[in-house]
Design a protein. Structure first.
Length: 343
């Protein structure tokens, strides 16, 4: 079974709700036959379940009473199967506070279902079906799945940075979004009990999440701000740059040099604690953004950003980056993030 969700609410009143997409049931093995089930047999049985038995109808259980102690969960409630709702009671063992396991016996005829046979009668399902349950509880963590921002058409007309480089780079960005969504789903179910600083599933997911989320933010900043005419900064950001770097040339030279030292990123950010702009360096997507600083310009210096067009000539790529900067986007950031223009 791959399409299901269960919520065990352990507030003032304990309740359990389980929803199952019946078409997600999978045949894992058959026992007692002359021969093991083949892949085709399993697929045929799944099709029969969908087309003739459960008809892709949703399966839902909701509790009417739940008793929970350290070792046992006793549940009474109602199961809806094929549109019919009947009472069902079962007990599960509780292990370590987070694992529930046991089984529930469902007598199909009570829900008006005729036990089916498959493989010309060679496989017969008994009226009483035992459903094994083994779940690990995760904390309630609700995350929206994110979608990648669309590729803006101006990115296909950059000076010196080719379409194929932009497409390849954008594909990486889509991958970061997909991985972020995958990680937050895994986090909902990961075992917190095994958390460990040397190695643990939770640690791996948390580190990977920092990388994926930072990569999304970095690339959205990066792609949004390209597609302009380059030249010198104008408007509010020009005032900030001239105040904090002396001139646009000095800012450009410092960001370029910072980019030459970075293994991943260089950012011009407004640091709210320092009260000024600074060019910060990053060695990876998630190192080393500064707390309480707002990035205004994001320069990707990972090799994937330039190797297709410039080989290993990072300096030439950084020059092309400056030539394509859209200062109106950077100024929008100054206004949207309410960066103060005076100290
Ligand atoms: Fe990148």
């Amino acid at each position: 079974m791959i399409g299901w969700s269960a919520t065990l609410d352990v507030g003032d009143e304990v309740s359990l709700v389980l929803d199952v997409d019946s078409s997600s049931l999978r045949v894992r093995e058959g026992t007692g036959g002359m021969q093991p089930l083949t892949g085709d047999d399993k697929a045929n049985i799944e099709q029969t379940i969908n087309d003739e038995v459960l008809l892709r109808t949703p399966i839902r259980f909701h509790s009417t009473s739940v008793d929970l102690d350290d070792r046992r969960l006793s549940v009474e409630g109602e199961l809806t199967l094929m549109g019919q709702t009947h009472p069902l009671a079962f007990e599960l063992a509780v292990e370590g506070g987070t694992r529930l396991w046991g089984s529930v016996v469902v007598k199909q005829s009570e829900w008006g279902m005729t036990p089916y046979t498959a493989l010309f009668g060679a496989l017969t399902v008994t009226d009483e079906v035992e459903v094994g349950i083994d779940v690990t509880l995760g904390a309630a963590e609700e995350y929206e799945l994110r979608r990648p921002q669309e590729l803006k058409p101006a990115l296909l007309e950059l000076e010196g940075i080719s379409r194929s480089a932009v497409f390849a780079h954008y594909n990486l960005y889509e991958g970061y979004v997909a991985k972020r969504n995958e990680i937050v789903e895994k986090l909902a179910a990961v075992d917190r009990g095994g958390a460990n600083q040397v190695s643990s599933a939770l640690r791996a997911l948390k580190v990977e999440l920092a990388f994926a989320i930072s990569a999304i933010r970095n690339h959205e900043l990066y792609f949004e701000q390209l597609g302009g005419e380059g030249r010198n900064p104008a408007g509010a950001v020009r005032r900030l740059i001239e105040r904090d770097f002396g001139s646009a040339d000095a800012w450009r030279a410092d960001l370029k040099a910072t980019g030459m030292t970075g293994r991943g990123w260089a950012w011009t950010a407004y640091d709210w604690d320092e009260g000024r702009l600074f060019n910060y360096v990053g060695d990876a997507e998630s190192t080393f953004p500064i707390w309480n600083a707002t990035p205004l310009v994001a320069l990707d210096v990972y090799e994937h950003a330039y190797v297709l067009d410039f080989g290993t000539d990072r300096e030439a790529y950084i020059d092309a980056f400056f030539a394509n900067l859209d200062w109106s986007v950077v100024n929008d950031r100054v206004w949207t993030d309410r960066i103060p223009l005076t100290r």
